[in-house]
Write a protein that binds this ligand. Sequence first.
Ligand code: PGA
Length: 252
Amino acid sequence: MRRKLVAGNWKMNKSFAEAEDLLNELYDALESKTSSNVDVVVCPPSIYLEMAVDFSETGIISVGAQDVSKYENGAYTGEISAQMLNSMQVEYCIVGHSERRKYHNETDADIAQKTNILLKHEITPIVCCGEVLDERESNNHFNVVKKQISDSLFHLDPLDFAKVIIAYEPVWAIGTGHTATPEQAQEMHAFIRQTVEEKYGKEIAKKLPILYGGSCNAKNAHDLFTQPDVDGGLIGGASLVAQDFVTIANAF
Ligand code: PGA
């Protein structure tokens, strides 16, 4: 059986006190409610990682970062290294989110470097891909996603690739309320799995967790997560409300 995972991407939200409240609420609600075969991950702003890691010691929540430097260490003002994340017991890191691609000009080559450095420091990369609206409307979405995952991941040897999680996040669905339909999500997830199978073979493709992200919420999560190739979600807005996030974590 494939690993199931729900990750909350808090983006740049919450004061310290609000973050602490949300973690407390999540902890209380998840303690009694989550099935043991779903990994629940929170990805707060890096300034709150230490606090989130303290909560994660209970084993109920795991912690991920939202980004990492592509460099090992040194004179890179403002950056956070994979080594630092590892030394803080951070287990996951989102890479190549469309907001990083758009506002920070991140390329597939950057994402490849970030993935390498995370794997080197034993952090699980959650690598994002997804087309913009024009690309879907011009029926180019499969080519776009295939190129993103090939250029950012297919240099990995099979052992390393097997440690990666992919998140399919159609950019037109992120923060817009226009969720992909379960059929659209399934179609792309199956395509990603097929693409991976062609490169790495059936066994690795079968085990790859592929998350859906983009306006996934407490109402639509179940229909998305019960698609055969959807293994969970990367949740933005709805991860900021404890009850919604807990409902999503139980929506399989
Ligand atoms: P959203 O964001 O759930 O608010 O659409 C998802 C994401 O950006 O990871």
